[in-house]
Design a protein around this ligand. Structure first.
Ligand SMILES: [Ca+2]
Ligand SMILES: [Ca+2]
Ligand SMILES: [Ca+2]
Length: 159
């Protein structure tokens, strides 16, 4: 799906504008794009697939520049938000995203702890997260992130 390539799985379907409001709608679109088998449930495996695309060098560790580069290449206005979201994903604050980090993030979204994230749980969590990070997305509207800063190590930076 083109959106998966162009925008990053989590932002698939969200418009090129940085304004993600209404947040519940953006979150609902993200859910639909991440629920790969369209059964209304986001499994931990489906959520893991979101992060695979960010791992440029395929070492199972997503470094900050890999994530920010991926997001800003799709939309340079999302640099500040990408930095903030990276911090949210990086559960143990070691500046590396590994499976344990996004598993921990998945558990945070799973409000009732039944090991399945429903559309309602997902939308509720992301609506709150978008509100929490609103300052970063608004900042991005006036200050585009210079993609080159994050993408120098990737040969196809302007592809
Ligand atoms: Ca599913
Ligand atoms: Ca980490
Ligand atoms: Ca649940």
């Amino acid at each position: 799906m083109l959106f998966l390539i162009a925008c990053g799985a989590l932002f698939a379907g969200v418009s090129a504008q940085i304004d993600l409001r209404p947040y519940n709608l953006s979150a609902a679109i993200m859910f639909v794009n991440n629920d790969l088998n369209n059964d209304g449930f986001l499994t931990a495996h489906e959520f893991d697939q979101v992060f695979v695309v960010y791992d440029f060098n395929d070492d199972k560790i997503i470094e900050r520049h890999e994530y920010v580069c991926y997001i800003t290449r799709a939309n340079p206005l999302m640099g500040h938000l990408a930095q903030a979201l990276y911090d949210e994903y990086d559960n143990n604050n070691d500046h590396k995203l590994e499976v344990a980090d996004y598993d921990a993030f998945y558990k945070k979204m799973d409000e009732d702890g039944d090991n399945i994230v429903t559309d309602l749980e997902f939308v509720r969590y992301w609506e709150a997260l978008f509100l929490k990070t609103e300052a970063y997305s608004l900042k991005g509207q006036s200050h585009a992130t210079h993609t080159d800063k994050y993408c120098l190590n990737h040969g196809h930076a302007h592809g």
